[in-house]
Design a protein around this ligand. Structure first.
Ligand code: GLU
Length: 485
């Protein structure tokens, strides 16, 4: 059997981290089994579905490298892949259910249903439709029609017994039938509803495994009943554990960004994000944390997905991101950071080779420290901007010198004459000057760093001086000399 899985987002918002985890697990399962990853767009809610949300979901999937084998923009043998274009398929299946006696018309008005719900709330009972339209007499129906009521179509659920399905993660799931009511599968305007269309699509798209979030467990019996009524065997289910915040409550905005593209904007690498998502509920051996994408494909299995909730810990993600950043070759890192360099005005899109080299080298000096790509402009700022404001401590470091102006002037002269102008020679020069002048080497180094960057921190001073180059350094030392006269 060829594995076919699907990711089925509704374009009613951006792709959330939970959706991305679901998409990733489906993708990994498909790749592991040499199967097919289908993208189906559940856009049956015309009011809430928006083209821009679909675009942003597709962008987020592309950022994570979760490309689909069938779906929007790609096509495939089981299309259309937008639910809004599958009306004929739903109509045909609805007709079959109606003809088979699996449904009935319900004439209850929304306000009547709301009143029933309210009554249940007041009595502290879970609301279930009481089936009052299940056996309407012809006269009653005629009377409703005469009132111009439009019926919705309800699916008859079993009245008693146990509804069960097999779940690869949770084992056999059993729910008493009495917890379900006859649910609406088509609204009065004829539009079909989620549980019906989802079930129909899964079989008509020949989906073999349904891998989705735990929040859908309660929908599954409705979908399997619809499928059985249509004469289909339900596919295999696997419900992934909920995502939790570090306080173990359900993941929400309170815990930080929930939209995937926010993480891209904040400077996370897609490889790190994918590695992190893979560990949300799945583990290889409960110990190993780092996996290249092909290793994830090789090792992924639903047997190793846990039932209990998975904690989404941004701190851990950030730390993993730092590890991935450190492993990038300097130019690779620069390429990733390029949009931030462009926005800061440091490296415009049409920058020449020299500027690009300079920026990449500056970044390489800071690579060890970085946890987020977005930190790049702040870290490399001294390479592109002269210090205007000094950090308070940096200023103090300068003032520790008896005569800062004289020290800076002397060093500027010596820098001017230095050959070769490289880190080794620069270090020798500074140490020799400290020795000769009797000012401690530490004091000189701190003061020079302040003069060049206005900071107390940064990369190795000697490497920083080399990269800044003679001209910038001499100019900044002279300016600092003026400033501290
Ligand atoms: N559109 C549904 C959702 O976004 C899909 C559920 C499913 O995978 O069946 O939650």
């Amino acid at each position: 059997m060829t594995v076919r899985v699907r990711f089925a987002p509704a374009p009613t918002g951006n792709l959330h981290v939970g959706g991305a985890r679901t998409a990733l697990f489906n993708w990994l399962f498909a790749r592991h089994h040499d199967g097919t990853f289908v993208l189906r767009v559940e856009d049956t809610d015309p009011e809430r579905s928006k083209g821009e949300y679909l675009d942003s979901i597709l962008d987020a999937l592309a950022w994570l490298g979760l490309y689909w084998d069938e779906g929007p923009g790609v096509g495939g043998d089981y299309g259309p892949y937008m639910q809004s274009a599958r009306g004929d398929i739903y109509r045909e299946h609805l007709d079959r259910l109606v003809a088979g006696g699996y449904t009935y018309d319900c004439y209850c008005k929304p306000e009547e249903l709301e009143a029933q719900r309210e009554e249940a709330r007041a009595g502290k009972r879970a609301y279930r439709y009481d089936g009052r339209c299940a056996k309407l007499t012809d006269d009653r129906v005629a009377a409703y029609e005469a009132e111009d009521r439009r019926p919705s179509v309800r699916f008859r659920m079993p009245r008693d017994g146990i509804l069960s399905f097999d779940d690869l993660i949770r084992g056999t799931v059993e729910v008493p039938a009495e917890e379900y009511d006859d649910f609406i599968i088509a609204r009065p305007d004829g539009t079909p509803t989620y549980n019906f269309v989802c079930a129909v699509d899964d079989v008509t798209m020949a989906v073999t495994h349904i891998i989705r979030g735990e929040d859908h467990v309660s929908n599954t019996p409705k979908q399997t009943e619809v499928l059985r009524a249509l004469g289909y065997d339900p596919p295999t289910y696997a419900h992934l554990p909920l995502l939790l915040g570090p306080d173990r409550s359900r993941l929400s905005k309170r815990h930080g960004a929930t939209s995937v593209l926010e993480y891209q904007k904040e400077g996370f690498l897609a490889v790190a994000f994918v590695n992190f998502l893979a560990l949300l509920g799945w583990s290889y051996d409960d110990a190993r944390e780092y996996f290249a994408r092909d290793e994830l494909v090789k090792y992924f299995s639903l047997d190793r997905v846990k039932k209990s909730g998975a904690v989404f810990d941004v701190e851990k993600l950030t730390w993993m991101n730092g590890t991935y950043i450190r492993e990038l070759p300097a130019h690779g890192l620069f390429d990733k950071c390029r949009p931030w360099f462009a926005r800061a005005g440091y490296v415009p899109g049409d920058a020449d080779e020299g500027t690009v080299e300079y920026a990449a080298s500056a970044l390489a000096l800071e690579q060890e420290k970085m946890k987020l790509l977005s930190e790049a402009p702040e870290l490399v700022k001294p390479f592109f901007e002269e210090p205007d404001e000094y950090e308070e401590k940096a200023e103090k470091n300068v003032r520790k010198l008896e005569d800062p102006a004289q020290v800076f002037a002397e060093l500027a002269d010596r820098f001017d004459a230095l050959e070769p102008f490289d880190a080794g020679a620069i270090e020798e020069l500074i140490r020799a000057y400290a020795e000769e002048s009797g000012v401690g080497a530490g004091k000189v180094i701190h003061a020079v760093r302040a003069a060049l960057s206005g900071r107390t921190w940064g990369p190795s001073l000697f490497e920083m001086v080399e990269l800044l180059g003679r001209e910038r350094c001499v100019k900044r030392l002279n300016e600092a000399g003026e400033r501290f006269k």
